[in-house]
Design a binder for this molecule. Structure first.
Ligand code: BTN
Length: 246
């Protein structure tokens, strides 16, 4: 981060197209880039999603990774992940006037449709926060149409990704600061208030060991999701995909 007077300036590397901003951000992190450096793209040819999935990165979306160097032990990465979702939710509320829902660990939703996805990875001694936000897509292909939405679809108007990007990056940094300075409890409190999925929601969870169904029962101090199964047993979900159950 370079400073000019009181206004912080960050390095933003824009690409019309790139394979993945995660890959390029890891390269920059390895070269020792400053905290706050951003790699952004208008399309990606190999966008990476959670759990080894690919991320649809067509024109109209905003795809970026910010290189962060917070003072956090690796055990706190799940909490940092929650902070990233809160950062996106806050920015959309302030800049677009849109209230979103958060689904553990960090899907950004309008109703049941995904507006943004977040991928947090520790690489090259840095925390790489990748965000894919559906901005100006007017429609999605049939396989995504029922599960994805965009700012354009929700608000009826075009948004400027070049203006959204610095706001999102700033919000990511300030939410990580909340974690660093006020601790886990502050992030957990904010997440529980922002997410309809945190407690009392019937869900299906695809976990590495198989699928479970139950009702969400809050978060652990480490930022994992508690689910009370129908047989009464409580399961702590540390990784997996959460979906609403009928
Ligand atoms: C998810 O599966 O929900 C997470 C998707 C994260 C996608 C973003 S787009 C910008 C960054 N670059 C990538 O290749 N992936 C992340």
């Amino acid at each position: 981060m370079f400073t000019s007077g009181w206004i912080p300036m960050r390095r933003i590397e824009w690409h019309d197209t790139i394979d993945s901003t995660m890959r390029r951000a890891a390269e920059l992190a390895r070269e020792g880039c400053a905290a706050g450096t951003v790699v952004a793209a208008r399309t990606q040819t190999a966008g990476q999603g959670r759990l080894g999935r690919t991320w649809d990165s067509r024109l109209g979306g905003l795809y970026f990774t910010i290189v962060l160097r917070p003072r956090l032990e690796p055990a706190r990465v799940p909490l940092a992940t929650l902070a990233l979702g809160l950062a996106v939710a806050d920015t959309l509320q302030i800049f677009v006037g849109l209230s979103v829902d958060l689904r553990w660990p960090n899907d950004v939703l309008i109703g049941d449709r995904k507006l943004a996805g977040i991928l947090a990875q520790l690489q090259e001694g840095a925390l790489l926060a990748g965000i894919g936000l559906n901005v100006n897509q007017r429609e999605f292909p049939p396989e995504l149409a029922r599960i994805a939405t965009s700012l354009r679809i929700e608000t009826g108007s075009e948004q400027n990704p070049d203006l959204l990007l610095p706001a999102l990056a700033g919000s990511v940094e300030s939410h990580l600061k909340i974690l660093e300075t006020s601790g886990a409890a502050a992030i957990l409190r904010l997440f529980e208030a922002a997410s309809s999925y945190a407690a009392g929601r019937r869900v299906r969870v695809e976990m590495p060991a198989g699928e479970i169904t139950g009702v969400t029962a809050g978060l652990t101090a480490e930022g994992f999701l508690r689910v009370r199964r129908d047989d009464g047993a409580e399961v702590t979900v540390t990784a997996g995909g959460v979906r609403p159950a009928g």
